[in-house]
Design a protein. Structure first.
Length: 162
């Protein structure tokens, strides 16, 4: 998003899978808001986990405000405040906080982490990439569940066979 002053019209989907560490409301907020408002075909999917609560070798490795958990919260709060015409839905249980808006065109999935695990690769492994492609479309959830059982194993090549 730094490379352009406005997100181009041909971009129809933006996904952050535990990768929005650099989010800054002042730097990116207006640009993302304008892009989302430019077309009902533009879709946003953001997934993260509570990395501030995760431990590596028994120690925290992300600050409370430096990880994707906090940055996702800032991003969602910014868009909710600026895009007042949208109705936001929140689903929360013991393991997730899930915000959607505009008929699921905008989605924020935040995995709680009382286990203090590192879920970075698990978000992708457990159908996160598939979800990022199909979120907000008629194909969302067809034959897979985000954070459910992996559904793509039959398409993977064993790395030992090279």
């Amino acid at each position: 998003m730094d490379a352009v002053s406005e997100i181009p019209d041909y971009v129809k989907r933006i996904s952050f899978i535990d990768s929005n560490y650099n989010w800054d409301n002042e730097r990116y907020g207006d640009k993302l808001q304008k892009w989302l408002e430019a077309s009902s075909d533009n879709r946003l999917f953001v997934a993260c986990y509570d990395d501030a609560n995760a431990l590596l070798d028994g120690k925290p490795f992300v600050s409370k405000t430096g990880g994707t958990w906090h940055r996702t919260y800032l991003m969602q709060r910014y868009l909710k405040k600026k895009m007042k015409r949208l109705s936001w839905n929140k689903t929360e249980n013991d393991s997730i906080i899930y915000f959607t808006a505009d008929n699921r065109r905008i989605q924020f999935y935040s995995r709680k982490n009382p286990e203090q695990k590192i879920y970075h690769t698990i978000l992708v492994e457990r159908n996160g990439y598939i979800q990022s492609v199909f979120s907000g479309t008629k194909y969302e959830g067809m034959g897979y569940q985000f954070m459910g059982r992996k559904v793509y194993d039959m398409y993977r090549q064993n790395s030992g066979s090279w």
